[in-house]
Ligand binder design. Structure first.
Ligand code: ZN
Length: 595
């Protein structure tokens, strides 16, 4: 149909009279003569929650050949214009003041947008090519950072860009600001890092370190799926987030996570940044191209259900840190610390006994992405447990000596990723069995579709790594290291939030048995004011089985409870490298951690 190939013309400009409004014009030369409909996505790929972006549209009007024409809203994200011979232009004003990587933002310091948030598409024209004019605001020094293909715009310039389809248009977020720029090559592919926000980072170092990570990932798959790549980084005082795109990623980080020239080590902060960048980069293969069949094509008007996010998010989480040790940026012991934290995170969630990672994937829209006080008790993270499933499968395959998870990723890339054919819901298990040379359906039935914990102690020991479990030393103890300082002997079975408010109450734990609830605010424990320090002291001095009095507010009502303490659970993991493993074990360990 020739009509499908008529380009749709987009134009986005800051409205100078208002600090946070974009004006977007969408022009269609040959609208449906019976009346053209325009739709806006309700969600953005990579973030599985209906977000109702249309709520940020503050006004919408239409012009037919330059004259006003009627346009009315017919559902929450659809507009219908009156019949028009064309050209038909829809003019929207959109409030943009959300710092998240899934949104749009505009103020005196920067402009940023994801196309899915600001660009409606003419119904039925999703495959038509698009042009986008990006108009500068009142900041002459700003430049443009995006991997959207340039039409007539100069490199980093405002002006005209283009996309082969709407799907492509919205998969290249656009940053406009006085960003700092660094670049590097990895396997011959040019990469850029554009950092917005106040910072004093050593970007040369970030470029050198990321180059190693990127090169390792390209080598893993055997090829880069893009011919250039952009890390869009926004540095703020406090914030964290990342969203993957086909040839770029938007990252939100704390400015202290970026390395300072004076500090040569990879500290925990910088490690967090490197892990995030590595994660989103891995997605360029795993989920942007190797993707669930349910996402081919994306239907952005409603939920797209898949039971496979444990592989797309979980295995990406397994590889994000693994890439850092395999490319030599960090030592194996440091990597095991990160792994110990992931095991700890999963071990502390009672929800893993109730929900499988396959079910967690399917219900991401209403559970994982909408956490509440009961989530740790009822929901398992397909990221964290999914990463442990990836680890367990990798170690199982490696122990048998026939294949590795790397082989499976490459097979997924060859079979599904290169062509963009979606991965059917049962394909990963089948392909894994094919690669292993034996039936692995029991593995997937137990750890993916079932709620069993993967047998990590036994698997790790075959690689000269010992898994230790111990009690948590306090609320800030994330695991990964042996205990330091005095240890509690007992637990209340709660996670404390700020101001002695109960964030989570563990099912069947001491507090739950006594009748305490999430959101209760502790006032006194054993007759003394409830502070985090007092509670820690109490738990280190009392014995399991002892009963103490607890006073707490539920809303504004003071209540008293008798809480019988349990022994502190061993829910905190750290891993150690065995000092002198047998030759074969050491060889396996090196192949896993050093590549
Ligand atoms: Zn991810």
């Amino acid at each position: 149909m020739p009509a499908a190939h008529t380009p749709i013309r987009y134009r986005i400009a800051p409205l100078d009279a208002h600090a946070h409004l974009y004006e977007v014009r969408v022009t269609l030369d040959d609208p449906d003569p019976a009346g053209q409909r325009f739709r806006l996505p309700t969600w953005i790929p990579g973030s599985y929650l209906i977000r109702e972006f249309a709520r940020h549209f503050v006004s919408v009007r239409a012009e037919c050949a330059g004259s006003p024409v009627g346009i009315e809203k017919i559902d929450k994200n659809t507009w219908a214009a009156a019949p028009c011979d064309g050209p038909l232009t829809v003019v929207s004003h959109i409030y943009a003041y959300d710092l998240s990587v899934r949104a749009a933002y505009l103020d005196e310091t920067r402009g940023y947008f994801n196309g899915a948030v600001v660009f409606m598409y003419p119904d039925g024209r999703e495959s038509a090519p698009c042009t986008l004019e990006i108009v500068p605001g009142r900041h002459p020094s700003w430049r443009v950072a995006t991997t959207l293909p340039r039409a007539t715009a100069a490199p980093h310039g405002f002006g005209l860009y283009g996309a082969a389809s709407y799907d492509e248009l919205i998969d290249h977020p656009v940053e406009t600001s006085d960003f700092a720029l660094a670049n590097f090559e990895a396997s011959g592919v040019p990469h850029e890092i554009a950092v917005t926000g106040r910072h004093d980072a050593d970007l040369g170092r970030v470029a050198r370190d990321l180059a190693r990570v990127c090169r390792w990932q390209i080598d893993l798959f055997g090829e880069a799926p893009f011919h250039r790549y952009l890390f869009q980084v926004t540095a703020v005082g406090d914030g964290y987030g990342g969203l993957e795109h086909r040839s770029s990623t938007s990252l939100l980080c704390r400015r202290d996570e970026l390395p300072h020239a004076a500090n040569g080590d990879i500290d925990d902060d910088y490690l967090t940044f490197l892990g995030l960048a590595s994660h989103e980069y891995f997605h360029a293969w795993n989920v942007k191209r190797i993707k669930p069949a349910a996402f081919v094509p994306y239907d952005l008007t409603r939920e797209a259900y898949t039971r496979q996010l444990w592989a797309f998010e979980g295995w990406t989480s397994y590889y994000d840190d693994l890439a850092l040790v395999r490319c030599g940026l960090i030592e194996p012991a440091r990597y095991l610390e990160l792994l110990g934290r992931a095991i700890t995170y999963v071990a502390r969630g009672a929800g893993r006994r109730l929900q499988s990672v396959a079910d967690s994937s399917f219900d991401a829209w209403i559970k994982f992405y909408r956490p509440d006080e009961n989530s740790p008790n009822a929901v398992v993270s397909y990221y964290q447990k999914g990463s442990l499933v990836g680890l367990a499968l990798d170690l199982s395959l490696r122990r048998e000596g026939r294949a590795t998870l790397d082989d499976l990723m490459r097979a997924l890339w060859q079979r599904y990723g290169r062509s963009g054919a979606g991965v059917p819901e049962d394909a990963i298990g089948r392909l894994a069995s094919e690669i292993a040379g034996r039936d692995l359906s029991d593995f997937f039935a137990r750890y993916v579709d079932g709620t069993e914990d993967p047998p990590l102690p036994e698997l790790l020991s075959a690689f000269g790594v010992t898994l230790h479990m111990r009690a948590a030393s306090g609320a800030k103890d994330r695991g990964g290291k042996p205990a330091g300082g005095p240890m509690p002997r007992c637990t209340l079975g709660v996670r404390l939030g700020a101001d002695a408010k109960l964030a989570v109450v563990t099912p069947d734990g001491p507090a739950a048995r006594a009748g305490l609830s999430a959101h209760d605010t502790l006032v006194a424990v054993a007759g003394l004011k409830a502070t985090p320090e007092r509670i820690a002291t109490l738990l280190s001095r009392h014995s399991p089985g002892e009963t103490i009095g607890v006073h707490a507010f539920r809303r504004d009502e003071l209540m008293t409870f008798r809480v019988t303490l349990d022994a502190a659970p061993e829910d905190t993991c750290y891993l150690t490298l065995d000092a002198s493993p047998a030759g074969a074990v050491e060889q396996r360990r090196n192949a896993w951690l050093k590549g």
